[in-house]
Design a protein around this ligand. Structure first.
Ligand code: ACO
Length: 402
């Protein structure tokens, strides 16, 4: 494949593939997807098994280092991550510079980008010890940054991490806890969030991961590359879809809960109306992650929120769409984001924050891909080609003659 590509480039032929629908930019041993069958495996392990038996930190280790950890390895990894959860006091001041109603995704991306200024060892990504430290720092500090972005938006004081807690517990406490009051950790919420993080942890060459790889291919450091990946995830066609789904469901509810009218608007391709949380570039079958989430959504929502009217609308919407030719012909099924927003909302997160939760989950995948790329001898700087369609050649006209 590579040799053929080189040969074609020499002869002046260019593969025109907008959106890289069928262009392989790399080989990778991290995640396997069979979109036709709806199969997802991390390092060979089926997502269903990981969802049932593993934890987010263990899955992070698996994605980054390639194998499930032994007990000792997991303990060491966990304790290293725990030791790095604090943010530099000066970094905390960054949050004051943003408007209070700032969207938390650019705040997260900016703070991650700023990590390069605090940890300058990261600027030499050719040194594996530096990469290792940046890896641990990211896994540890991104949840703290995310919690502080939330606290800033609601005008509450920041809480220092409590390293006697697990990663998800700590994140929930820093997000929802108050300094003077003990925060009671709800085990159902911890389990649900840990599961959602596992399901989001990697998805091979999606838009944000490809962004991380493209930025990293110039040998930009891990913090810079991941900060760019966070911004790619921000868009409503990618990570922003989980917020968009909830807005869509609330819109349907406000209009009386009529899913037929909404589906007809989608089918008529009214400007800006899509069935959010449906469709996927790779899955032409039920997204296996959505299947797992749907199974647990009922259970989680009844435990946390005592049932949910929006869940009912979502289920009716899904049923209606899956029996409609428009969706059947185009192989449009629910994707991972169709049900996640409902769960996040029930946990108490505001809609704008949903995409931040996606970023927390996707973090180990981004790190794993950046590291794989950096150690792959086939890596070259990413530099797509184009078909030029502009003016052929023209002569410069002085301002007075235009
Ligand atoms: N609602 C209605 N129609 C849709 C939808 C949808 N959600 N998704 C695709 N279609 C239609 C398109 O209009 C197109 O129809 P046409 O052939 O008549 O023009 C056909 O299905 C193919 O769609 P494309 O846009 O070509 O598919 P693509 O692979 O480029 O897009 C995407 C994939 C962006 C995910 C798309 O399905 C979409 O916009 N979905 C809604 C947003 C969403 O849920 N994004 C989350 C994706 S998963 C993730 O990032 C975690």
């Amino acid at each position: 494949g590579i040799e053929l590509g080189k040969l074609l480039a020499q002869t002046g032929y260019i593969t025109y593939d907008p959106g890289f629908v069928n262009t392989g930019a790399t080989s990778s041993a991290i995640t396997y997807i069979d979109g036709e069958q709806g199969v997802l495996r991390y390092r060979g392990y089926p997502i269903e098994q990981l969802a049932q038996h593993s934890t987010f930190l263990e899955v992070s280790y698996l994605l980054i280092y390639g194998e499930l950890p032994t007990k000792d390895q997991l303990e060491q990894f966990t304790s290293r991550v725990n030791r790095h959860t604090l943010l530099h006091e000066d970094l905390k001041r960054f949050f004051d510079g943003f408007p209070r109603d700032a969207h938390p995704m650019p705040v997260l991306s900016s703070a991650v980008s700023a990590l390069s200024t605090f940890y300058q060892d990261s600027l030499d990504p050719s040194n594996i010890d530096n990469v290792e430290l940046s890896t641990i720092r990211l896994l540890a500090k991104v949840p703290t940054i995310a919690a502080y972005a939330y606290k800033k938006s609601i005008g509450q004081p920041f809480l220092y991490p409590d390293n006697s807690l697990g990663l998800v517990e700590n994140f929930l406490r820093m997000t929802f806890g108050l300094p003077a009051e003990p925060y009671e950790i709800d085990p159902a919420m911890v389990k649900a969030l840990d599961l959602l993080f596992i399901l989001h942890a990697d998805h091979e060459q999606n838009c944000s991961t490809s962004t991380v790889r493209l930025v990293g291919s110039s040998e930009a450091n891990l913090f810079a590359s991941i900060s760019a990946g966070i911004m790619a995830l921000f868009g409503p066609l990618h990570g922003g879809a989980n917020s968009a789904v909830l807005e869509m469901l609330e819109g349907i509810k406000a209009e009386g809960g009529d899913v037929d009218t909404f589906v007809n608007r989608v089918k008529n391709k009214e400007k800006g109306v899509r069935l959010m949380g449906f469709g996927h570039r790779v899955y032409k079958n039920y997204d296996p992650r959505a299947k797992i989430i749907k199974q647990t959504a009922d259970e989680i929502l009844s435990k946390i929120a005592g049932g949910d009217e929006l869940l009912d609308i979502a289920k009716r919407l899904e049923e209606r769409a899956l029996s409609d030719d428009y969706f059947v012909e185009r192989k449009l099924y629910p994707n991972v984001d169709f049900y996640t927003g409902l769960i996040y909302r029930a946990m108490g997160f505001p809609t704008q924050f949903f995409t931040v939760l996606f970023a927390l989950g996707r973090l180990p995948g981004w790190i794993a891909h950046w590291r794989e790329m950096m150690t792959d001898p086939a890596t070259k700087i990413g530099r797509p080609r184009q078909i030029y369609t502009g003016e052929k050649q023209r002569d410069y006209k002085p301002l007075s003659e235009r």
